[in-house]
Design a protein around this ligand. Structure first.
Ligand code: ATP
Length: 351
């Protein structure tokens, strides 16, 4: 099969796909529980530490916190750490679960003083729920409307002081009145290889695995700047090491295991290479519309846009131009192909 005939039904799971239940349990076991255990994100860590310490010293609930950044960089982990540092109960919900103002009112009515309410994917709440939330965040009081039309009544609901921690991959989608209610906002950045290496070592320690220095670095350098992927790759390499290599994860074991799972030396997986392959081989490097590209690799448009493109753009392999997707000369080279003279060079005029 050539790469443009990529078929997602052949048992392949993208390395950036959502975690299943088993992996979620694995992730939970590896989560840092305190700010000291959290690796990287130095600035966010220091700022948060200061804010939380000051709040505890004053005996007040801290400001509401908004965490934004791509999936797998530690937003849920940080929300849990905040609750832990405050010795406060954590209530967890998500934007898609709050589609009506009533859903949120029900949650708010159960909030106790000092609770931390974590709302994942906060940008996906409905508009009426967002409005209710920012009133609750500002005044610790909301009017719950019961009934409809002329018979509707507003029932005031007092809420004890609490802290909202919102997480979003798309801070720009939050309406500014809601965004403004967060006294502390943090944009999480991708991790560098050294930080990912420390994360791999920490996870290996918790899992009682033997990973050599170069084995750890090999996993880290293919982890796309993302702790979740570092842990995911470690898990796959662990299986390989146990079954085929006597358990020790060294450079060659990591390299061979990741080759088996089709994660290349830059961290591109098969979907990424299929997208680039289609773009270069079938469409001469573009420009081509994302929908056409998705059909060519047998995937949904959203899968290509959300799982493959961000990393390809970050690597400078693909650009989203007003006329469609374009492969850069670096992308051609990565596939081992000769770039046509017209191949785009960075920087491009991107969207
Ligand atoms: N700074 C870090 N140090 C160590 N491990 C980390 C760090 N950040 C994340 N992790 C690990 O990566 C995994 C994913 O983290 P987490 O679930 O917090 O990400 P997220 O940003 O909430 O992702 P999503 O938005 O997709 O839920 C967890 O297993 C966590 O232990």
């Amino acid at each position: 099969m050539n790469e443009t005939e990529f078929d997602s039904d052949d048992g392949f799971e993208a390395i950036v796909a959502d975690a299943g239940p088993e992996e979620r349990a694995f992730e939970a076991a590896l989560r840092p529980r305190t700010l000291e255990e959290l690796i990287g994100q130095e600035r966010v860590r220091e700022q948060l530490s200061l804010m939380l310490e000051a709040a505890v010293a004053r005996g007040r609930t801290p400001d509401h916190v908004l965490l934004s950044g791509p999936p797998g960089l530690g937003k849920t982990t940080i929300a849990m750490i905040i609750a832990h540092q405050l010795s406060a109960p954590l209530r967890i919900t998500s934007g898609p679960a709050i589609q009506h103002a009533g859903d949120l009112a029900a949650i708010l009515s159960g909030v106790n003083e000092g609770d931390v309410l974590f709302i994942d994917e906060i940008h996906r709440m409905s508009r009426p729920a967002e409005e209710l939330l920012y009133m609750a965040m500002e005044d610790f009081r909301v009017d719950v409307i019961v009934g409809k039309g002329p018979g509707a009544t507003a029932i005031p609901l007092e809420i004890p002081p609490f802290t909202v921690v919102g997480a979003t991959t798309r801070a720009g989608l939050l309406p500014s009145p809601l965004r403004d209610r967060f006294g502390f906002t943090a944009q999480l950045d991708y991790y560098d290889t050294a930080e990912l290496h420390r994360i791999v070592d920490r996870s290996a320690g918790l899992l009682d695995l033997e990973v050599t220095e170069d084995g750890g670095r090999e996993i880290a350098s293919r982890s796309r700047g993302t702790p979740r992927i570092a842990n995911r790759l470690l898990r796959r390499v662990r299986d390989f090491a146990e079954v085929r290599a006597g358990g020790v994860i060294n450079h060659d074991v990591a390299r061979d295991a990741l080759a088996l799972y089709e994660v290349d030396e830059l961290g591109l997986d098969r979907l990424d290479r299929a997208v680039l392959g289609a773009l270069c081989r079938s469409f001469g490097g573009g420009p081509v519309g994302v929908q056409t590209l998705a059909v060519a690799v047998g995937e949904e448009r959203e899968t290509v846009e959300e799982l493959a493109e961000p990393f390809l753009v970050r690597l400078g392999f693909l650009a989203r131009t007003p006329r469609g997707r374009v492969a850069t000369a670096a992308a051609w080279r990565h596939l081992g192909l000769v770039a046509p003279a017209s191949a785009a060079q960075l920087p491009l005029d991107v969207e």
